[in-house]
Design a protein around this ligand. Sequence first.
Ligand code: BT5
Length: 248
Amino acid sequence: MSEKSDFWTRVDVVGVTGSTNADLAEAARLGAEEGRVLLAEEQVSGRGRLDRRWESPARAGLMLSVLLRPTLPRELWGTLGIAAAVALESALREVCGVQAKLKWPNDVLVDGKKVCGILAQAEGGAVVVGAGLNVSLTAEELPVPEATSLLAAGARTLDREEIAAAFLTRFAAEYRTWQEQGPGPAVARWERNSDTLGREVAVSFPNGRNLTGRAVGIDADGRLRVDPGDGAVETVAAGDVVHLRPRA
Ligand code: BT5
């Protein structure tokens, strides 16, 4: 890797694996140190949230995970997904010339479509943060209609190593700030690049309940604040969001 921050202690690249998140979760259970990075050319059982799948043809996507051992309270760990999304937005803008927007909780969108999904999972006293980024997938290779790729977005580079290095450098810096100051700075950066805030959204909760309203903010621990219209703002910790209409 040409340029990476000193923070990362070990960077492994494998040809094929089930899931880089699952591999580092296992390493975390066995006591692996903070700062490990695992990249895969291909994943055969890539994971999304709630046991959904992440699908990408071999070598067309960037699939990587990192292992962190935060010292801040566990209830804040979920916001590391927000810190990762902010780091990726910056890497895409500066290295690829692509302007991305962030969708709550952890998606990165280009032109309203998902270019990257992020999954943060707590494991063995550690957090594994994984990112799947669609780099050179053609329109035919995109797994769902809501997906896009850096190729489709006209990125000025599709070099996965260069993009990975840029992301890792920025994420290490975000993580340092997060450890020193808490999630506030990452949350503020997320808000500035958000595509969710100000919109009418439909939220579906893991228990099947639904809520529609205006996304009015995100609180310091990363939860989305939704105003259903009667002024009784609800705070959403986990759920799926569909963007209904742009801000008025
Ligand atoms: C996510 O979940 O978006 C988190 C994805 C994290 C993937 C990375 S890859 C490296 C690391 N190792 C892993 O095993 N995982 C992480 P979620 O918000 O639940 O979105 C999943 C949904 O996104 C799926 O149900 C599909 O609808 C859609 N999807 C699947 N593959 C996609 C792709 N390549 N591009 C865009 N959307 C996709």
